[in-house]
Design a protein around this ligand. Sequence first.
Ligand SMILES: [Zn+2]
Length: 297
Amino acid sequence: MQIKNFQEAERRLIDLIETIKLDSNIKHLYKYHGINDPIGKQLGIEIKEQALHNQYGFYMSESPKTGKPTITIDPNGSDEERLNFTYFHEVAHHIIRSDDELYSFIDEKATQNADLNALKEKLANIGAAEFVIPSKDVKEAINENGFSINLLLELDKKYPASKPAITIQLARQASHKCFVIVCEFGQVAHKETDQIELIEKEKISNSKCLYVRYATSSPSNKYSIGLFTTISKKHLLSDVFENKLPLKKGKDVIPFRNGKEWKELYEGMYYKGKVYAVFNLEKPPSPANLQPELFKL
Ligand SMILES: [Zn+2]
């Protein structure tokens, strides 16, 4: 079967990961387990741990030394959430590289001038998210409760240490047009990149600010928000950060890199040192199973 568009590629990748998960003996949480990680073993990937300076990890389909597919990862380069995410991101690169249908889709897209790297990274992020939190569970949570950034709290209890994955899944399982972003406070990298890993040669500015660390668009939303876009101090999300607001709804500009003044309704939430937000370009649908107790005023 030939893959015709990105959505079909995404479906194919999720199907492959579901099969890999069924074949593994892991029952619940998928985490990085070091160089003998069972998923790495199952897929015939060698894992090398070493300090890396400009990135958290990378994948080679054929190591020049051993000729084997290899993931190199820096176990001390990031916190647990990012380490897990990076590992499964690299595993997803392997799955994409090893599947003829996915690989020929990417190859063909690349010849049509699509940005090959951005496409591969987007797919690898979706794959990483699928390992740590199944899209089915997220879809179910959205159908039951309606779409809100608040769902992150519930899902984080069930799938700890996977908030980047949860936010990707929330956006990808949303049936309406929206963006889901994660903002962090710190020194922002000048060089912009669409990869989840910071890439080499970036300059770090001296002043700290709130900026977009992860951004995902829902499937029906053709726009995207650039990583490392700074959030203005006047933006309502800066208020959410400074005052550690548990949930704030309002209307403000979407943080596009080009500074475009496009205001939409958003929900922002301070949680464990970061700001999670959704910008809705259209109204999210009502929950499938309306539970009256949820609608008490
Ligand atoms: Zn990558």
